[in-house]
Write a protein that binds this ligand. Sequence first.
Ligand SMILES: Nc1ncnc2c1ncn2[C@@H]1O[C@H](COP(=O)(O)OP(=O)(O)OP(=O)(O)O)[C@@H](O)[C@H]1O
Length: 608
Amino acid sequence: MSHSAAADIRIGTVLRDTYELTSLLGKGGMGSVFLARHLRLPGKQVAVKVLLHDEELSDEQFARFRREAEIASQLGHPNIVEVLDFHTLENGAPYMVMEYLRGESLGHRLKKGRMSIREAFSVARQMGSALQAAHRAGVVHRDLKPANVQLVPTDSEGMITERVKLMDFGISKLMGSQTLQTQEDVLMGTPRYMSPEQAMGKNKDIDARTDIFALGTIVYEMLSGDSPFAGATIAEVVYRVVNEPPESLAVRCPDLPARAVAAVDKALAKNPKDRFQDVATFIAELTGTPLQSLASLGPDPTPYSPRGALPPSNPSLHDDESASEATFVPARQSAAGAPAPAAQPASPNPAALADPSVEPGSTLAAFRAAEAAAPAAQPSLAVSVSRRPTDLSLPAVQPAAPQPAPPATPAPPVAAPAPRSNAKLGVAAVVAVVLLGVGIVGSRFLKTETPPSPPPETPTVTAPNPTIAQPPPVAPTPPPEVKPEPPPTTPPSTPPTVATTPTEPANTEPANTARPQTRPDKPEAVPESVRQELEEAERALTSGEFDKAIRLAQRSQQTRKTEAAYELLGRAYCHKGDLGNARAQWRNLSSKGKARLAKYCKPHDVNL
Ligand SMILES: Nc1ncnc2c1ncn2[C@@H]1O[C@H](COP(=O)(O)OP(=O)(O)OP(=O)(O)O)[C@@H](O)[C@H]1O
C-alpha cells in the first residue's frame, strides 16, 4: 500500500484547525520541520514535522515516521524531545507535532570547537540518561550524532543551563519488535558515528552497545574537537570505524582524567563484548558520578510496545533470532514491495566514494556513498537508497587484514551480501476514513449526476486548501458568477442545508479542478459521493461536530469543489470562531452566498 504525500505546504497553512505553520525551521531527509502556533492556546509554539515527498510514500516510510512519533511520545523523558500529536493531512501526508526546541544543535556547537570537560560531561550525562530510558524500554536509537542532539537554554534554580534533548528516533530499533525489521548487509546510520557492527551491516548484532559506541564517538568529539574516525572519504571513515583505534584522548585532551580516557576507549571497543554493557556504567566511569533516575527507585517501566508489535521477547541486549531474520529495505527498493533478488558479489565504486568535496560525516556524503555503490553493484544487489540521506544501503564492510589501509586506497573490502528475502512490513498505520452518506437531507438542492463520477482513488497531494489561513492556498480566482437563486426553503434562522446556488448540470470535468459554477434556478450538479458527503457534513454540523463537518466537506472538495461545501465550511469555521478560515471560504462564494454566510456568522461574533 502507499500513501500520497504533500509535495508542498505553505506557511500559513492550518493543520487540522489547530496548528498554523508560521515559519520553516529546517529540512531533513524525511521531511520539513515548521514552527507553528497553536490556535486555541495563544502563545503556545510547537514544531511540526511534515513528511514531505515527491513520490508516494511507501508503507515503510509511513511506518517509520509514525514509529518515531510513538517511541518519542511513549518514552516521556526530559532529555528526549516530547511528541505531542501525530496526524495526517487530508491528502494522507503524516505529520507529528513536537515541543518546539530553542537553542542550537550539538553539531552546530561543535563547529565552534571543542567543549570544556565540564560542558562535555554535562551533555554526556544527559544523553546517557535519555539512552538509559530508551534502552530500558527496549529501544536502540541507532542514529546518534551531534545533529540529533539539541542544546536548549533552560531556566533552572535561577541560572540558565542547557538542557539536552535527544531527537530523531527515525531509524531506531525496537528490541524484539516484529513491527519493522532491518535487513542484514546494509548500512544504516551516519558513518562517523556508526559502530563497527553497523558499518559491517551486521544489523542483527545491533543493541544498546551500538548506542554506547556512538555516544563514545560524540564524547570524543566534544572533548577533542574532532571525530575519532575522521577521514577524507566515506570509505576511509568506514574503514577506520571497523579497523582502527582512534588516537588516544590522553593526547588530544591532556587535562582529561585517566579514568575518563579509559572509559572512552572502552566505549569505542570494536567488539561489543569489550564495551560497557550498559550506558549507566559508561557514564559513571566517564564522569565519576553514577546516573540517577526515578526509574531506578521503582519497578522498571513497561517496555515500549507499538501497536501490533510483540513486546520484547528477550530482555537481554541481543534481539532474538526471529526478529532479526525479517527483512527491511529502507529505501526506494520497490514501491510494490517486490522482494530483492539474490545478491551477487559487488564492490562499491571507489572513485565515487572518494569524492573529497563531500564531508564524510554528512548526510550528503552518506547519500553519495550509497549512490556511488549502485553502479558498481550487480543489478541484483539490493543497493537501496532511502530518501532519508542518513540511511544508506551499502554492501557490508568486512574487517580488513591487520595492516592499516594506506590513505590512497581507502576503499574497504566488500562482502557479498547473502541472498535474502523480504518480509512483509507489519505496520500499515493508515487511517481509512470510510464515509458512507445516509439520508437525503438537502438533496433537493443537489442533483446527482448521471452517471455519478467516482471519487478519486487517492486524495490529491496538495495541501488541503480550505484549512489554509493566510495567505489562502487556493489560487485566487474570481468568485462564481452571481445569479439569482431560488428562495431558501429552510427556516430563516437555519442556514441552507446545502448550497442554494445552483450550478451547471452534469459537469464532467476532472475532479477537484473546478470552482463552483452558478446558474439560476437549477440545482448544483454534483457526483453522488459529493452529495452524500455534504449531507453527512451537514448532519455533523447540526449535531455540533464541527471538525467532522469540516473534514467531510473538505473531502467532498477533493472530488468537486462546490458552493455548498464552501458555505458549509464557512459555517463550521464560524461556529469555531475561526475568522481566518471562515473568510477563506467566504471569498469563494457567490455574492448571495457571501451575504448568507455573513448573516449566519454574525451571531457567532464572526464578522466577515
Ligand atoms: N522539535 C524541534 N524544535 C526545533 N527545531 C527542530 C525540532 N525538530 C527538528 N528541528 C530542526 O529541523 C531541522 C530538520 O530536522 P529533521 O529531524 O527533519 O532532520 P535532520 O535530523 O536534520 O536530518 P535527518 O532526519 O535526515 O537526519 C533540523 O535543523 C532540526 O534542528
